[in-house]
Design a protein around this ligand. Structure first.
Ligand code: 13P
Length: 257
């Protein structure tokens, strides 16, 4: 049984999109999401060059938009980085931080991810903090140690009130872009562990949404979202097709019923 609270489904476009294609995708997602009423919140995290386009097409719709990373710094000589405050200028709601692709390819440490989460909060954004283990780590029974460490680093630098304003996304690295999702049971077991750590941080933090990400598709979304501690999803590949993304959003609604 899932918990009786609204679900959240966020698309992570990663490094995909062109002005021309985005217009159709954003418009279709906005139209489809309006039918979900208040039961499912929907967001899309786009590449920074498309923030203005997202704002123009989504403002006034139920869909919120976001970025896929922010700098740990407020401003300054950091060539190529984008400050959370800059994203906020475009009406952004969400900032993904600590995605496994950034941890792996850009060597982002748990402490850096924590600093980014704090910067996003300071700018009034909602950080979506990604955590997850590699296949090697899972096979050597280190899943809880790894994601516990990633989560602790963030919770350590936030007050209870601040921690209550974040979103967590559990994304097993071995399930990302592989077509091989975690089973609902595997995901729920990790989500329950994450939930227990959030509860430990304080009563206000207990209801922080914990999303699942990694090969979520229309076919497996409802079973995943029906698990007690899975509050929605962070969707990669399937968020690039409005039909699939909206079907996943609809599955979140069905899972609530
Ligand atoms: P896929 O849905 O393509 O597996 O990607 C998941 C992800 O990394 C979302 O952040």
């Amino acid at each position: 049984m899932s918990r009786e609270r609204a679900k959240l489904v966020v698309g992570n476009w990663k490094m995909h999109g062109r002005i021309k294609d985005n217009a159709a995708l954003l418009t279709e997602v906005a139209a489809g999401a309006s039918a979900l009423q208040n039961e499912v919140s929907v967001g899309v995290c786009v590449p920074c060059p498309y923030l203005a386009q997202s704002q123009a097409l989504l403002a006034g719709s139920v869909v919120r938009w976001g970025v896929q990373d922010v700098s740990a710094h407020a401003q300054g000589a950091y060539t190529g980085e984008v400050a959370a405050e800059m994203a906020a200028d475009f009406g952004v709601t969400y900032a993904i931080v600590g995605h496994s692709e950034r941890r792996a390819y850009h060597r982002e440490s748990p402490e850096l991810v924590a600093a980014k989460a704090r910067r996003a909060l300071d700018a009034g954004l909602t950080p979506i903090v990604c955590i997850g283990e590699t296949l090697d780590e899972r096979e050597s029974d280190a899943t809880e140690q790894v994601i516990g460490g990633q989560l602790d680093a963030v919770l350590l630098v936030l007050s209870e009130e601040e921690a209550a304003r974040i979103v967590i996304a559990y994304e097993p690295v071995w399930a990302i872009g592989t077509g091989k999702s975690a089973t609902a049971e595997q995901a729920q077991s990790v989500h329950a562990f994450v939930r227990a750590k959030l509860v430990e941080k304080g009563a206000a933090v207990a209801s922080v949404p914990v999303l699942y990400g990694g090969s979520v598709k229309p076919e497996n979304a409802q079973e995943l979202f029906g698990q007690r501690d899975i509050d929605g999803g962070l969707i990669g590949g399937a968020s690039l097709k409005s039909k699939d993304f909206l079907a996943i959003c609809q599955a979140a609604r069905t899972a609530l019923q």
